[in-house]
Design a protein around this ligand. Sequence first.
Ligand code: ZZB
Length: 259
Amino acid sequence: QEYTAVKMEVLEWGPDVSGDVKQAVGGKKVFMVAATLRPETMYGQTNAFVGTGIEYGLYEAKEGEVWLVTERSARNMAFQGIFDGARGDLRKVASVKGADVIGTKIRPPFGIVPEVYVLPMEGVLATKGTGVVTSVPSDSPDDWRTLMDLRKKADMYKIKPEWAAVDPIPVLSTPKFGDMAAEKLCTELKIQSQRDTKLLAEAKEQTYKEGFYNGVMTIGDFKGEPVQEAKPKVRQQMMDAGLAVAYAEPESEVISRSA
Ligand code: ZZB
């Protein structure tokens, strides 16, 4: 599986990040790095998600940067030559739990909204991508439903309402689902919460297909172009800007996960 790993710069740590972690990082630039299959939707990022119980690490990556990802994905990156230094060489600066980075302010690459926050999502898999997920609630049913859950029960999820305040941003349009496909599918399928995983999987599949085959961009440099054509172009722009890299998920792991 070939992902685009997108770099979200940490602008301000959330309230629960320890002094030890901050000290270990020192003056280095830190990026939370998310794996996506939809680089053309990055204009519509409203937040990022982490799993509260997931263990993340801060790793020396490239050009003096520190990247926050799961150890598993850092290892993959090191073997893929994404990091500076010898292949497979991993240099860990510190560890953090997902719960600790909730409320961290980040800059989403190519985002229309320049500063967004890290929020909790129950279904984040430690075994997929980087364990960090960028959120595009216009076109991802999981993201839309989770954002709405968080807004309804901010106290229960231990977030400040202002962290979840950015509204979904339309980025593409399709004949079937308009420009807010995720909301439309969640409403049509009566998806009540982020725990409705079966229905969400169905909504995701439909949204993927319709967006990819029939979508037209409504924003950005490739506005008016089909999603299929815009996707590699936006991806290349992000890579050229130093805000994204290609990241592959080893096939053996993909198989063992679904087995
Ligand atoms: C932005 C985005 C915008 C995404 C969209 C999807 C959609 P797949 O097909 O199952 O491989 N993702 C990435 N890592 C994780 C993780 N560790 N746990 C849970 N979700 C994760 O799904 C790949 C997508 O799953 C990725 O692409 C990411 O969300 C999420 F408009 O990034 B995506 C209809 C989907 N739309």
